[in-house]
Design a protein around this ligand. Structure first.
Ligand SMILES: [Mn+2]
Length: 360
């Protein structure tokens, strides 16, 4: 954790002029301290690192957060945070403005009348983007669980099976393979519902001629995986095949555009261009991808709206997931998890991407 704290201090020095930082989001808290409990704050100054948590977590925090002084706080924990800040006579305090609720912000203001609260989320944006080897092995492991789970449930893709049954079968396989949790509730969207980019599994039963989009992920030691495949139940229409072919080509173009130094906007444009040329541009209404780590959606994002100067760096893990969604008719999305390398990318998801015709 020492190198991570050093990275944080560097970010704080360059953006926040060295002021102490209050960390409240569970992902950053875990990333910086190793503490996995559900409640706690980190206070990181130039000289010391404190972890403030409540009775339930004091023992666990002391074991997990090497290098942190654990302070047992009382409810509400922000009162203890304020006491610590006051004792040190800090005049400014950075905080995660994109995570702290308005109510907690007001509470902090009340408890620390003379202290200037400085928004810090922007400064922390790049903190977790480049993955360390240990993080990568967790992500790879979570991704392998997805590959294996989908392979195992393929026989269930037959007419009459409910989307919800498929979702549960996937979830169960992930847990049996050692996932501590699912990364998010699986998306299983079949037939006309496949035009819903985030269609949660429903009680709709598969029918012959359906496209079925499944988007799911595992969590292993805090780290997420994320993969989407679209498969066919029996023969599908020529339109469906055409859309599948366009999305597959767009996905390939996106993968080929990825390398260290590539602009996040340009990678998105590489895939989007293929879809636009085929006349489906207006049916691809989301970004091409996003970073994945302790959070299933984190930076960097691959999107037309990415920061203009955002570029990929070796060690980033991102998804590449173009889609085309024709309302009320059909949808296709294909998503891989990839690791950015110096001269390209390594595709972490290994499940095949040709159109699978199942249950026929
Ligand atoms: Mn995704």
């Amino acid at each position: 954790m020492d190198s991570r704290l050093a990275k944080l201090r560097e970010l704080v020095t360059s953006y926040l002029e060295g002021i102490p930082m209050l960390i409240s989001s569970p992902e950053n808290r875990r990333y910086l301290s190793g503490f996995t409990g559900s409640a706690g704050y980190l206070l990181i100054g130039e000289q010391e690192s404190l972890l403030i948590t409540d009775f339930r977590y004091v023992e666990q925090a002391s074991a997990q957060a090497a290098g942190f002084r654990v302070v047992r706080g009382e409810f509400p924990l922000l009162r203890t945070v304020a006491e610590v800040v006051s004792q040190r006579a800090w005049k400014r305090l950075g905080f995660e403005d994109e995570h702290v609720s308005f109510a907690d912000y007001r509470r902090l203001q009340d408890l620390l009348p003379g202290v200037e609260l400085v928004p810090g989320s922007q400064a922390l944006r790049s903190l977790r983007q480049i993955k360390e080897p240990g993080e990568l092995s967790c992500i790879r492991r979570a991704a392998r669980m997805c590959d294996a789970a989908l392979e195992a449930v393929l026989p269930l893709f037959t007419p009459g099976v409910e989307e919800a049954e498929l979702a549960w079968a996937l979830e169960r396989r992930l847990r049996e393979a050692g996932a501590e949790d699912i990364a998010f509730p699986p998306i299983v969207a079949s037939g006309p519902r496949s035009s819903l980019p985030h269609g949660r599994a429903s009680h709709r039963r598969l029918q012959r001629g359906d496209l079925v989009t499944v988007d799911f992920g595992a969590r292993y030691q805090g780290y997420c995986s994320d993969m989407t495949r679209t498969v066919a139940v029996g023969e599908v229409s020529a339109d469906a095949r055409r859309v599948y072919e366009v999305v597959a080509r767009a996905q390939q173009a996106g993968l080929q555009a990825i390398r260290a130094g590539a602009s996040c906007r340009e990678v998105d444009a590489a895939a989007r261009g293929v879809i636009e040329e085929e006349g489906f541009g207006e049916y691809f209404g989301h970004g091409l991808g996003h970073g994945v780590g302790l959070s299933v959606h984190e930076g960097p994002r691959l999107s037309p709206h990415a920061e203009e100067d955002a570029v990929l760096q070796p060690g980033m893990v991102v998804t590449v997931e173009p889609g085309v969604y024709l309302p009320g008719r059909l949808g296709v999305r294909i998503e891989d998890l990839v690791l950015v390398t110096e001269d390209g990318c390594e595709i972490i998801s290994t499940f095949r991407k040709d159109l699978l015709i199942l249950g026929g």
